[in-house]
Design a protein around this ligand. Structure first.
Ligand code: AHG
Ligand code: MN
Ligand code: MN
Length: 322
């Protein structure tokens, strides 16, 4: 079976993705040891977004920084866990042509539960050898690669370099990521949605109407019953959608208005939007394609609707018609 390194052999991104695979392996080992090493708790600290940091959020961030800066490919990095962009030290920056943006541990509220968590990443070309904040603020359509690692019942790396989406499973015996999910495609239609229903009273009218029609099932305007899932880990949600279709929504609502949404554009929404589009699905902020958004801040948040294309079209239409 084909491994990640044979799959990418000879391509410009091969060494970058090899380093990312290594950071995923190291982090998977930490997560796998679970409570055994006593690093599962919360820290007495909050990150730049005012969220309580878990010990593993910080460990994950350190692993990603350390493993990826050494390769010499990056001029700078940015992460959910760091307020400002990280300038790669000069000794590693010689050939630094790229920028790496990442959410080192996604779904970290699941970590003490032994549920699925992940890492999300996005690669951009660096306009400068010593990049400033503005150099990171590129639209998602400029990403040259994106993907996620999923630390679930098996560890997987799901990747796009702009030519479809491929999934690799970590073979613990050989240490290789093996191509187990070639050319992942999202079915156009679905009868499964994912949304945090506890926020229903806060939603905007288009979202209320879309979900209401789904909930009416066979006897409603959709003429079919819908199923619902909510893992509270975007990586797990997107993975399910890449495997069997569905829609995932984290809309803006009355409680999230001031901050612009829940999920972060640069290292959550953009990489996931690229993956979903590359697999034949769609990703929208309601009215605007996520990948077209011109970012204004590193930790900017955005409403997210992504998944099976015909269903996303319906959600966009509801946003257009008052
Ligand atoms: P993170 O752990 O990186 O902060 O991200 C969690 C995100 C996303 O993965 C998930 O879809 C969502 O937050 C869960 O939100 P709720 O807590 O509202 O369920
Ligand atoms: Mn996240
Ligand atoms: Mn995170």
């Amino acid at each position: 079976m084909k491994t990640l390194s044979t799959f990418l052999a000879g391509t410009e991104l091969a060494p970058l993705i090899a380093d990312i695979a290594e950071s995923c392996k190291q982090l998977a080992a930490e997560i796998n040891r679970g409570a055994l090493h006593g690093k599962m708790g919360s820290l007495d600290a909050t990150n730049v977004q005012g969220e309580t940091q878990k010990q593993l959020d910080v460990i994950a961030n350190d692993i990603w920084l350390q493993v990826n800066e050494q390769g010499g490919h990056y001029a700078g990095m940015a992460s959910e866990e760091m307020e400002a962009p990280y300038l790669v030290p000069e000794r590693y920056r010689q050939s630094g042509k790229y920028l790496l943006l990442f959410d080192p541990l996604d779904g970290s509220s699941n970590v003490d539960l032994n549920f699925t968590v992940g890492s999300i990443f996005s690669i951009l070309i660096s306009p400068n050898h010593a990049p400033a904040l503005e150099d990171f603020l590129q639209p998602g359509s400029s990403q040259i690669a994106a993907g996620y690692a999923l630390y679930g019942s098996s560890t997987m790396l799901v990747l796009t370099t702009g030519q479809g989406v491929n999934g690799f499973t970590l073979d613990e015996t050989s240490g290789d990521f093996v191509l187990t999910h070639p050319d992942m495609r999202i079915p156009q239609d679905t009868s499964e949605f994912a949304i945090n229903m506890s926020r229903q009273r806060l939603w905007e009218a288009p979202v209320k109407r879309y979900i209401d029609e789904c909930l009416q099932g066979k006897d409603g305007p959709r003429g079919k019953d819908f199923n619902m899932r909510w893992v509270a880990s975007m990586v797990a949600e997107v993975h399910r959608i890449l495997i069997r279709g569905g829609v995932f929504m984290y809309p803006i609502d009355d409680g999230l208005r001031a901050q612009g949404g829940r999920l972060r554009l640069m290292y959550e929404a953009n990489p996931m939007a690229m993956l979903v589009e590359q697999a034949g699905g769609a990703a929208s902020a309601g009215l605007e394609r996520i990948l077209d958004i011109r970012p204004e801040a590193l930790h900017q948040r955005v409403p997210v609707f992504l998944g099976s294309s015909r269903e996303i079209e319906r959600i966009i239409l509801m946003h257009r018609t008052p």
